[in-house]
Every structure is written in C-alpha cells, then in structure tokens.
Design a protein around this ligand. Structure first.
Ligand SMILES: Cc1cc2nc3c(=O)[nH]c(=O)nc-3n(C[C@H](O)[C@H](O)[C@H](O)COP(=O)(O)O)c2cc1C
Length: 406
C-alpha cells in the first residue's frame, strides 16, 4: 500500500482488443493495490485476449462488456458508471476504439460510456507500427488530443506481429505515473486538524513461553484506515498487534502484543483523540500463562482455562466525552442484531458490521462486504469492496455523519 494520488478515486479502465490486453491485468491490479476503485470495461474483442474473470478477480468488480448487460436495478449502467468516474483510462487502446472515440460512435459499452463521461481521459494505444503511423490513426489521435485527452504514447520495441517499431503499449509504470499526475494537487485533505487513533491486527495472549491464543486478523483493515486517514490529512496514531503485513507510515506507531498492552496504549492517547476506530481483532480470552513450556503427558488431555480479557471498547466507551468511537463487529451469526447490541452496550457512535461465513472471508487481502450501523438507527450496506475502498468510505461516512454534528 503506497501513498498514491489516485487512492480512493473511481477509475474506469477500458480494455480493447489488442494483443497487449493481458497487460491490462497488471494495470488493474496496480491501481487496485494503490487504493483506486477500479471498474473494468472490456470490448468484445478484448475478451478474446483476456477473460473478464481475471479482471474481476483483480479488481473485485465484474467487468462491463455488453451495453445491454445492465447490472443495477433502476440505473442505466453506462451512464451511472460514467457519471461517477474520476478518470477513464483506455489501456490498451486499439486503432478501432480510438477511431470510435474520435468520431463519437457508440456501438459498444466502452465507446458508449466514453460519450457519457465528463471526467479526464487517458489513452494508452498499442498497435502495429504501420497502423500507428497511418494517417487516419494520426488524425484521430490528434483530434482526441485537441479535446484535452492525455496520451501515453506507445514505445518502440519488438511487436507481436514480428516487426520492430513504435506501437508497443507503454509500461505499466509509465501509464500509472500519467494517471497519478491527473490527480496530483487534487489530494483531499478533509481530515486535516483531526487526531485519529486506530487499532489494527490481532492480539496474542501467551499460554506458555512458546505458545499463544490469537486469531486470523492480518491487520490490513486497520492499516488501510490508518493510511487513508493519513493521506487525507489527519494526525494518526496506530496501535497494532503483531502483523506480517507492511505497516503504513503514520505519526505515532505503537506495537503491542496482548489485549492489556493495547488497552494501555489507547488509554494513554484517548483524551487527545477526536476519532477512535477499533479495527483490531482483540482476543476475547486469555489463559493463565505457564512459566514453563507445557509438556505432553502420556496422552492425557489437558484443559485450558479461559478468562475473558478486558473489553477495550466497553472500557473506553464508558470514558468517552467528545470522541467519536467506531467499533468493528465480526460475527458468524445474527450479524445485525449482535452488531446493534454492541453499538448500544459499548456506547459506540458507529459499528462496521462484517460477517464471517462461506461467502465472506474478511481476513487478508480479499474484498469483503460490510455494513455501517449508526447509533441513531441508520444503516448503510456497502457492495463488495477492497479494504482501501472500505477505509475511504468509512472515513467519509464518519466525516459527513458524525464529525459535522459537533
Ligand atoms: C492477434 C491479434 C492482435 C491484435 N492486436 C491489435 C493491437 O495491438 N492493436 C490494434 O489496434 N488492433 C489489434 N488487433 C485488431 C483488433 O482486435 C480489431 O481491430 C478489433 O476490431 C478491435 O476491436 P475493439 O477496438 O472493439 O477492441 C489485433 C487482432 C488480432 C487477431
């Protein structure tokens, strides 16, 4: 996760039928990892080169292909996607799609969506050298440039047709840096002046000198929130349990091991904080720690006595004054009921409800489906989203619904 200017931006990635279409997978993946919300739109020809399944797996969203594959009830997909886009990136762009864009044709999803879009457009062509230098293509490219569209010109190199010349799709890095430059200076700093305290990761409760009780949390959710809050200008304190994942750069980083240590770190910072987001998966139980390593004893079973750890949320909920307090609820059954109960019992302002079941695995990098529940009874179910997307939605939701009330 890096500090990208396109983080949180809605990017429509148009893929057309070039031999370089497979490189669109790397572009989609890099944009998604950089925090962009990527909606792929493919021409029919593009699907001959790379499958929508691949693009869906990389972006967490089903690619749009046919104009008549309307997906959302009550919406005309090409219009709603175009209206919400912050950027349309066509990569690779064939001579054919460039011609359609230059002349206002709208006979497939990508060209139709292009006409409905008002956002900036970046085009990365790829084609045989003779095609690229053909007067008709040159005229079409010039025409699109006069409309203010940015081109990432193809490079010279070995082409799939067996010749060497200009026509090779620009590198992923070059394309991404042009995308980034579109958003430079456009960074949202709507959280400037606010102090966030974010917890992440699991805790570990030692059983003996070599074993512990813990859970599958990777820390990614909390890290995504910390990173997004920092990018949006907040002062961020991050209290994290043990994690294998790269920790984002924040103002104040505290690494802890046990629930008790996490509580101490939070207590020390709570008063100066405006917003507390508890994304850590704090162990509910601990066992009395044995000073020596527990040994097997001739096949006899052993009982581990579990004690409840201090309920961190309840503890800080009791002491809250002006702070906005957000918890996460991960449940395997009765999600909404349990999450609402948590909201009330712990004096929270908001809960992010996350179910764990066959369809939704909230741990790790994959996308997940969450629902925001507010203390005033309102509720917002979100579609399947990556963690950076959830993070940005959560921060916007807090900013618009909880912080403005003060
Ligand atoms: C193997 C193969 C590779 C192709 N590569 C390109 C290419 O790199 N650039 C291009 O403009 N057209 C290329 N074409 C031709 C396009 O696929 C063709 O013009 C198609 O109509 C483009 O449709 P689209 O623009 O709707 O995707 C290729 C065709 C084949 C069969």
């Amino acid at each position: 996760m890096a500090d990208k200017a396109y983080s949180g931006k809605r990017i429509v990635l148009g893929v057309s039928g070039s031999i370089a279409a497979y490189k669109a997978a790397d572009i989609a993946s890099a944009l998604t990892q950089g925090g962009a919300i990527v909606q792929v739109v493919m021409t029919d020809s593009a699907t001959q080169f790379i499958t929508p399944v691949t693009m869906r797996a990389l972006t967490g969203r089903t690619p749009l292909v046919g104009v008549f594959d309307e997906t959302t009830e009550g919406e005309v997909t090409h219009v709603s996607v175009a209206e919400n886009a912050d950027l349309l990136l066509v990569a690779p762009a064939t001579a054919n799609i460039i011609a359609k864009m230059a002349h206002g044709l709208a006979d497939d999803m990508l060209s139709t969506l292009y006409l409905a879009a008002k956002c900036p457009v970046v085009i990365a062509p790829a084609m045989n050298t003779n095609m690229w230098t053909n007067a008709a293509v040159v005229t079409n490219v010039d025409r699109l440039k006069t409309l203010g569209h940015r081109f990432v010109d193809p490079a010279e190199g070995y082409l799939a047709c067996g010749t060497i010349g200009q026509g090779k799709l620009a590198t992923v890095d070059e394309i991404l840096s042009v995308v980034e430059s579109v958003f430079e200076g456009d960074k949202v700093t709507d959280l400037a002046g606010l102090r966030f305290l974010i917890t992440a990761g699991p805790t570990r409760e030692p059983i003996d000198p070599v074993r512990y009780l813990s859970n599958y949390s990777t820390g990614l959710m909390g890290f995504s929130i910390a990173e997004a809050a920092k990018e949006r200008g907040a002062h961020v304190s991050l209290v994290t349990g043990p994690s294998e994942v790269a920790i984002p750069h924040v103002d104040d980083l505290v690494r802890v091991e046990t629930a008790e240590e996490m509580l101490e770190a939070i207590r020390a910072r709570f008063r100066q904080t405006d917003v507390v987001i508890m994304a850590a998966a704090v162990s509910d139980f601990r066992a009395p720690k044995s000073e020596q390593k527990l040994k097997k004893s001739a096949g006899r079973s052993r009982t581990l006595e579990l004690h409840e750890t201090t309920d961190i949320l309840a503890e800080i909920g009791k002491n809250k004054d002006r702070q906005v307090l957000v918890g996460f609820a991960l449940e395997s059954e009765d999600l909404i009921e349990n999450a609402r109960q948590k909201l009330q019992a712990k004096n929270l302002d908001m809960v992010v409800a996350n179910s764990v079941d066959e369809e939704n695995r909230p741990f790790g990098e994959g996308p997940s489906r969450v629902r925001f529940l507010l203390e005033n009874g309102s509720e917002l179910p979100l579609p399947l989203m990556s963690k950076p997307e959830i993070a940005n939605h959560l921060l916007s939701y807090i900013k618009e619904n909880l912080l403005t009330q003060e």
